[in-house]
Design a protein around this ligand. Structure first.
Ligand code: PAF
Length: 290
């Protein structure tokens, strides 16, 4: 993997690849790479050459009381992993390059950015949309790959790409889980063994919903009651939100629709975790992907 540290060199490299007819794939990350990221890389490798991964812990998407300073960083190990997986370029700029003195332009996807994650983390999606737009501009990909664990983030980015007529096609890849069911996240590194047990309740709650939907339940209020029952009574776990939303608008639904998400966010100790299940209507049935 060739490590690129400057915006100019990355732009020049991407421009040359485009000019010579290559299909560029982008996998943006904040590092501390795990199998979830590697699944994005694998998806990118299937369609694109070259594949560009980025590692940038984006200060603009962290609130003042959030974990920017202690966010897990493992640059050397990440580089080795990217090399092993045949990634062509790693773009790893400094914060000073991305946000130089006087930087004052931000992108906001209105509406969508102020609900759920956006409500709990004011400014978060503004930071995400801004960095992703910059990375798309700098790396000029044909396809950009994001994980469906961050379902609302993916929707924000897809909306931005549509609204701003960006060239890149935004692709979402399935959630990758540990054998225990825990959705992979760089933040899982913060969890103690006990907290890990509490964290497992998120995927258990989603599996309970899946079972109920498969048994015929369609009412969102009842399904959320089930979720909350599974999560209740664990002093180590504090639910932020549990909602069923339309997969397109992220507005709450009363009854299951063509495509919706069961979205969960909870704090385990000081670690904020999110998880979701995708519910899709297939004929008369609903298919639930946890
Ligand atoms: O999902 C992430 O890791 C980040 O939000 C992203 C998309 C790399 C932007 O910083």
């Amino acid at each position: 993997v060739e490590i690129i540290r400057t915006i100019e060199w990355m732009k020049q490299t991407a421009r040359a690849a485009r000019m010579s007819g290559h299909v560029i794939g982008l996998v943006p990350t904040m590092g501390a790479l795990h199998d979830g990221h590697f699944s994005l890389i694998q998806a990118a490798k299937q369609r694109c050459s070259p594949v560009i991964a980025t590692i940038f812990v984006n200060p603009a998407q962290f609130g003042p009381a959030e974990d920017l300073a202690k966010y897990p960083r493992s640059f050397e190990a990440d580089c080795e992993a990217l090399e092993k997986r045949g990634v062509d370029y790693l773009f790893a700029p400094t914060a000073e390059q991305i946000y130089p003195k006087g930087f004052s332009t931000y992108v906001t996807v209105e509406g969508l950015s102020s609900r759920l994650e956006g409500k709990s983390r004011p400014g978060h999606f503004r930071g995400v949309a801004t960095i992703v737009l910059k990375l798309l501009e700098i790396t000029q990909p044909h396809f950009a790959f994001f994980g469906r664990k961050d379902a609302q983030q993916e929707r924000v980015i897809r909306t931005m790409a549509g609204d701003l007529n960006l060239d890149a096609e935004i692709l979402a890849c399935p959630i990758v889980r540990e054998a225990s069911g825990l959705a992979l996240s760089s933040r899982n590194a913060y969890l103690s063994a006990d907290q890990n047990k509490s964290a497992l309740k998120l995927s258990r709650a989603l599996l309970a919903t899946k079972k109920e939907i498969e048994a015929g339940e369609r009412n969102a209020v009842q399904l959320i009651r089930t979720v909350r029952d599974v999560l209740a009574g664990d002093p180590g776990l504090e639910v932020d939100y549990a909602e069923i939303v339309d997969a397109d608008t992220f507005e709450p639904v009363m009854h299951l629709r063509l495509a919706c998400y069961v979205l969960l966010a909870a704090k385990v100790g000081t670690t904020r975790l999110i998880d979701n299940a995708l519910v899709e209507q297939v004929g008369e049935e609903f298919q639930v992907t946890v």
